[in-house]
Ligand binder design. Structure first.
Ligand code: EPZ
Length: 421
């Protein structure tokens, strides 16, 4: 559990790797299997702790699961016995909240432990609750649990999301597909993972229009059937390896990915000096041995620059030529990893929600530790460019979101290995 990564910096990343399925699409899609009254097959699941936790959550509700060795899974939700997402699982993974909408819509009841704050901010779920209430559900919070009930089918409604929320949009969308009548979700999140979920729901027989726009129109159906669905490639994993290659002045080709959902990130990499070529399902990045140039970043909901790529670009800026600002507008506390980077010789100062990063010629290896997934990835990138040895502690955060990170980096020529506890 408390494994560490040891990195000897200085190698340029070079070579080819395959990108895994998207964690943040797989999680809601696994929750959505609860909605179907026939077995659902999901393919291209990434091999990650968070996915195992979601599978465990379905399993502890009594749901029949058949997993093949390539992490395809068949889910038969008809065997459900319990409608509870217990504290022990929700505390390890906030995305457990995504079973709330499906349980409520299909079975008329759910008890989901209330997710607390986390390392990157307070992260409320008020908009999930408000949206489900608008669909006619009764929800209250008692003893740390959200208790939800519905008298018969949920009812379609017109819902406006105050803030763009990925999880909130997903929860309400999954509930609305089985509601009676039409639901309109305005100011919906347009993230590609929301699109992937919507496409999977359509494959199960849901009627959704406006997919990929900020207004989703859902005509509720009485039942959803089984389907065979392949999860989209992980755009954040893709972006992380591209940034790692750019920071190390390398040359990589990533396969089984989707350049179409990467526009904001690829644009910033080009601005940093990367030569980028894309095909239908691959991306090649070549720095021609040059140091990256610093690029200003401002995070915002899709299609703008993703908050999940902010920490990695901050790491690249730390060794880039010039000074850049990185502004985080989605989460309130997502620049804290910069303090760890400063321990490696980076020059980053924080003013409110903005980091000012003065690119340094070199970083120095050091023991570091991160408190969330993307921040940990950024410390790995810093370690790859630093002189000497970097020891990244608490890498269980990384294992939640990056499949075999040390193996993939080794394949690209990095000097990195896992130290078991
Ligand atoms: C998803 O989280 C992702 N997680 C996050 O990825 C990602 O950073 C985030 O979307 C933004 O893109 C999954 O998909 C499992 P939000 P989510 O609801 O859905 C506020 C990673 O590293 N808000 O879009 O929880 C909230 O506080 C993770 O893979 C409310 O105010 O994010 C935040 O400021 C980390 N009320 C903003 O909205 C609500 O009811 C966006 O959060 C819900 C959210």
């Amino acid at each position: 559990m408390l494994d560490k990564l040891v990195i000897l910096g200085g190698e340029r990343l070079e070579g080819e790797i395959r990108i895994s399925g998207a964690k943040n699409a797989a999680l809601p899609i696994l929750a959505a299997t609860l909605l179907a009254d026939e077995p659902v097959i999901i393919r291209n699941l990434p091999h990650l702790h968070d996915i195992t936790t979601m599978i465990e959550l379905l399993g502890c509700m009594g749901i029949d699961l058949t997993i093949d060795e390539r992490l395809g899974i068949e889910v038969n939700a008809n065997t459900i016995q319990s409608f509870t997402a217990p504290y022990e699982l929700v505390k390890t993974m906030r995305a457990s909240i995504l079973v709330l909408g499906p349980l409520l819509a299909r079975f008329g009841q759910a008890q989901v432990s209330f997710p607390g704050g986390c390392a990157i901010g307070s992260r409320p779920v008020d908009l999930h609750i408000k949206g489900l209430k608008a669909l006619g559900a009764e929800l209250d919070v008692q003893d740390g649990y959200i208790n939800a009930r519905s008298n018969g089918r949920l009812k379609g409604a017109h819902i406006f999301m105050d803030t763009v929320t990925v999880g909130g949009t997903e929860n309400v969308l999954m509930a609305a597909v089985l509601a009676e009548g039409q639901t309109v979700i305005e100011n919906a999140a347009r993230e590609p993972e929301v699109v992937d979920l919507a496409n999977c729901l359509v494959a199960m027989g849901a009627q959704i229009s406006g997919i990929g726009s900020d207004t989703l129109v859902i005509d509720g159906v009485e039942r959803l059937h089984g389907c065979d669905y392949t999860i989209m490639p992980d755009r954040i994993e893709t972006g992380t390896y591209l940034v790692a290659a750019a920071a190390t002045r390398g040359h990589v080709k990533l396969k089984d990915t989707d350049p179409e959902v990467m526009e904001a990130v690829l644009m910033k990499l080009k601005e940093a000096g990367a030569d980028i070529t894309t095909g239908k399902d691959w991306i090649e990045l070549d720095m021609h041995g040059c140091r990256p140039k610093a690029v200003n970043i401002r995070t915002a909901p899709y299609p703008a620059f993703p908050t999940d790529m902010q920490a990695q670009f901050t790491a690249m800026n730390a060794v880039a030529e010039g000074t850049a600002t990185v502004t985080e507008t989605v989460f309130e506390n997502r620049l804290i990893q910069t303090h760890e980077m400063n321990r490696m010789g980076a020059k980053i100062s924080i003013e409110g929600n903005m980091a000012i990063v003065e690119g340094q010629e070199h970083l120095k290896g050091a023991p570091v530790m991160a408190t969330d997934l993307r921040a940990s990835a950024s410390l790995v990138i810093a370690g790859l460019v630093a002189h000497g040895q970097t020891l990244v502690d608490r890498i269980y955060h990384i294992d939640r979101g990056y499949e075999c990170i040390e193996e993939k980096l080794q394949q690209l020529g990095a000097n990195i290995r896992r130290l078991p506890e």
